[in-house]
Design a protein around this ligand. Structure first.
Ligand code: Q46
Ligand code: ZN
Ligand code: ZN
Length: 318
């Protein structure tokens, strides 16, 4: 297989695009694609204050690298969840994020959950759920809360995450299987700012496959946390990704087309009568002032006030 641009040996063949590229041309192609998504979906400009949620994994570190390459100034936020799982998961992930930030002279904000709330995510889960569930719902809720809070209190107008196409297709697939209309209607490359002062949320990697991001990190020599979170093992999102990978191996481009057709259907008004009723009801939480559609306290504050009300489905919310 040869690079379609220069004829050198190809490093990757992207069957869905009928495009094989050598390392050099692939490393040009990825930032071009990201820039196109930023422009196509009106994600942000170079003048805005950007905060990227960094996990220490390949997607967020590669996105940081790409944005740097494209000339954007972006600060990072690492949320120390206190997950060990026998592999020192959170501490090692933080180290990868720190090393990347130091090497590139970037600002990395670190928010330690234990320091802030007195408990790690597994401890918080054990107490609030009395060990009944895996920590992912508590974790997802906490991460969203902390990201929003840090963004608002530090004046960032755009919050970026490293969700790739595989992540987005799996979320869409899960929400479609159960037809969670309010989540489906809000999914997309951009979640606009709301009236409570919370900025825009964007996913610049939403059109890039996970294997493309892995190839990018490898070819750029980015050191990243390769181990998955120990609690991700056996998760439904991984199961959906495996199903979609099977589909993709028989039909190249199936994942991309699933996601892009959804965005097109949304533009065509397929969900227009399924209004984002949440947008209408959004108000600041009386305790933490973060946006919520709940009648009283937001889900995060409720988790502390009344642990039993917490719902497992929260992790799928965009
Ligand atoms: S970090 Fe947290 Fe994930 Fe680990 S506990 Fe679950 S939600 S799997 S992205
Ligand atoms: Zn080439
Ligand atoms: Zn609150």
């Amino acid at each position: 297989m040869h690079c379609v641009k220069c004829g050198e040996k190809a490093a990757i063949n992207m069957r869905q695009h009928k495009l094989a590229l050598c390392p050099h041309h692939f490393l040009d192609w990825i930032p071009e694609q990201v820039e196109r998504s930023i422009k196509r979906y009106h994600m942000f400009t170079k003048e805005e204050r950007l905060l990227l949620a960094v996990s220490g994994g390949k997607d967020s570190l590669s996105l940081w690298d790409i944005l740097l390459h494209l000339g954007y100034t972006v600060d990072g936020l690492y949320i120390e969840l206190g997950i060990d799982g026998g592999i020192d998961y959170s501490a090692r992930s933080l180290e990868y994020a720190r090393v990347f930030a130091q090497e590139h002279n970037l600002n990395l904000l670190v928010q330690d959950i234990r320091h802030e709330y007195g408990e790690t995510i597994p401890e918080l889960t054990a107490r609030t759920h009395r060990g009944r569930y895996k920590p992912c719902s508590v974790c997802g809720l906490t991460k969203r809360h902390v990201m929003n809070q840090i963004a608002v209190t530090n004046g960032y107008t755009v919050l970026l995450t490293g969700h790739n196409l595989d992540d987005e297709a799996a979320i869409l697939f899960g929400n479609t299987l159960s037809w969670v209309g309010s989540y489906i209607v809000r999914q997309g490359p951009v979640l606009e700012a709301d009236r409570t002062g919370l900025g825009r949320k964007v996913k610049p990697l939403c059109r890039l496959y996970e294997r493309e991001m892995a190839a990018y990190a490898l070819l750029r020599g980015i050191a990243y946390m390769e181990d998955e979170c120990p609690f991700a093992v056996g998760s439904t999102s991984i199961y959906y990704k495996e199903l979609l990978n099977k589909l993709e191996s028989d039909r190249s481009g199936a994942k991309l087309s699933f996601y892009l057709s959804f965005l097109q259907a949304k533009r065509n008004g397929l969900f227009s009568d399924k209004v984002d009723d949440r947008a209408e009801q959004i108000h600041p939480c009386p305790k933490c002032e973060q946006p919520t559609s709940a009648p009283g306290l937001c889900a995060f504050c409720r988790m502390f006030a009344n642990p039993d009300e917490q719902s497992q489905s929260l992790q799928l919310e965009p």
